[in-house]
Design a protein around this ligand. Sequence first.
Ligand code: R5P
Length: 309
Amino acid sequence: MISPHILSGSANPRLALAIAEQLEVTATVVVPERFADGELRSTVHRVCGDDVFVVQPTAPPVNDHLVELLLLLDACRRARAARITAVVPYFGYTRQDPSAGPGATPGMRLIAEAIAHAGADRLVVVDPHTVELEAVSPIPVETLTAVPLLAHRAGLDASGHTVVVAPDLGAAKLAERYAAPIQDTIALIRKFRQSGSTVNAVEVLGDIEGRPALLIDDMICTGATIEAALHLLHGHASDIVVAAVHGPLTAAGAARLREFGVRRILVTDSIALPDTAPPIEVCSLAPLLAAAIADLNSDRPVREALPIS
Ligand code: R5P
């Protein structure tokens, strides 16, 4: 069996290096050449016959990192890699409904098709906004989850006292995935989005009075959703911890997070965060991704859950 070849684009080399360290292999970091008009050129060497794992989340700027991913996949294919896996821990465009109405583009499907067309044999993602990605992708998708890791770090236990709060109805299933294994309760917030960065949260459905709350979401971008939820929870929940899998944070979003006055905000390193001082705590996906890569490299089914230390 050949060892996995970890190849990183420029989106999150630190994560790729951490994955490689877990696997006890070296990682190749490819820095793209950038032309004056913004075009990118990525060149790969020595991948012929290798089982290559291209680590490149579509972190902001999403479109640049996406194009870079496509260039890397195509370069690996042309350099005759034996097998190519696109490891895209944060997969953008999944907020775009694949069954959007007439005139709308199902962006998620288009991106998945582009990744397959560029040369990927399979795709690894972590907690995409919708699992419909698996259905629309032309190549097999391994969907990993950071929920057990975040629940563990948040200290979620089976006391039954903590309430897991979804900041909108769309996050209800995600909240259930935190709460169900330990039979905690959930509460839901009714929210209406007024613009890309403004959200109105109108009511909480469920019992939060005097209870510690774990406020969850799949991602924090501008911070508007979490901020609106906090307005409803403050003065009712006894303590609030925020957990989101992905942090594709805008600069304003990062500043907004700091102003929330929340004791802890947990996010993973699916996206490299520029500022990770408290209250932001980063939980690394490296062990989860390394275990999945080891399984895929050995043609074993990917283990569903990892023991968390
Ligand atoms: C929306 O459906 C998502 O699950 C997140 O709630 C949303 O994308 C978070 O974005 P923001 O931080 O900009 O409110």
